[in-house]
Design a binder for this molecule. Sequence first.
Ligand SMILES: [Zn+2]
Length: 328
Amino acid sequence: MGKKQRHTYRFNPHTLKYEKVFVSLRDRAKRISFNVLFGVVLGVVIVIVALRFMEPPNERLLRRELAKYKQQTARLSDRVDRAEKVLSNIEERDDVLYRTIFESEPVSDAERRSGIGGVERYADLEGYENSKLLISTSRKVDDLTKRLYVESKSLDELYEMARTKNDRLSHLPAIMPMEKNLCKVVSGFGLRYHPILKYRRMHTGIDFTARPGTPIYATGDGVVRVAGRNPQGYSGYGVVVAIDHGFGFTTLYAHMNSATVRAGQKVKRGEQVGTVGSSGLSAGSHLHYEVILNGKHVDPVYYFFNDLTPEEYEEVIELSRQENQSMS
Ligand SMILES: [Zn+2]
């Protein structure tokens, strides 16, 4: 045996024996480098597969957290939707009920929904996997906040109106100026033939006949602005009293026998302001009564709602509608 030869054994199926086989150095080098190469390739493949299909534990944690956030945001969005429904209901009740009771203008839709920002407002939420949900939820919350603010201001107004409602009602000229069984409506508001001037002209009030000396009452709370015989600007009215009730209302009582109040005096509804007479341009003992709203004469018959039954009211309307001759 000269050069030491590396050998290996191989099973021979024909002889059924292990036979010694000699392997050259070159073959051995080939085999080793093949094994090393195979090992490296396998290692790289395993790493790639691992990176592709398995994730580091902290990334898995983050992903789970993200899923939770997403779920939470969706749930939040639902709750905002429910809150929106409740608010819509409150807004509707505000418009339909409360504002009707207090005869005020409903809050406009534009007013309720104004001032919600444009698209740029949500730019920082753009470009994420669940941007759509985040933006729509943010928008809903912004909208809700704005509407809540408008509604709370509206309720403040209503509170103020409710607080002053009694005050306003007591100032309204809401009763007849005399006891209803002591007087009779003879001529109403509209074109009437004037008994002294002898032509048809606008009759700006209602005439009640009553015995001379019958007490005349203030029809609402207020301040006496005019009281006396033929004051400036009231020629032909005889002894006249004018009361400023605030809220745009003034009432006027004319052709009286005497005034029992003076200018500047505060009066309550039902307080006596004078007695029936026939002073000024008058055809007989009566009261000429006017209601002026924001500088315009209005039909006083629409304001007798406090002390008449529906039948009595019907009768007064009927009497005041007849186009006859007025008393003044
Ligand atoms: Zn008259």
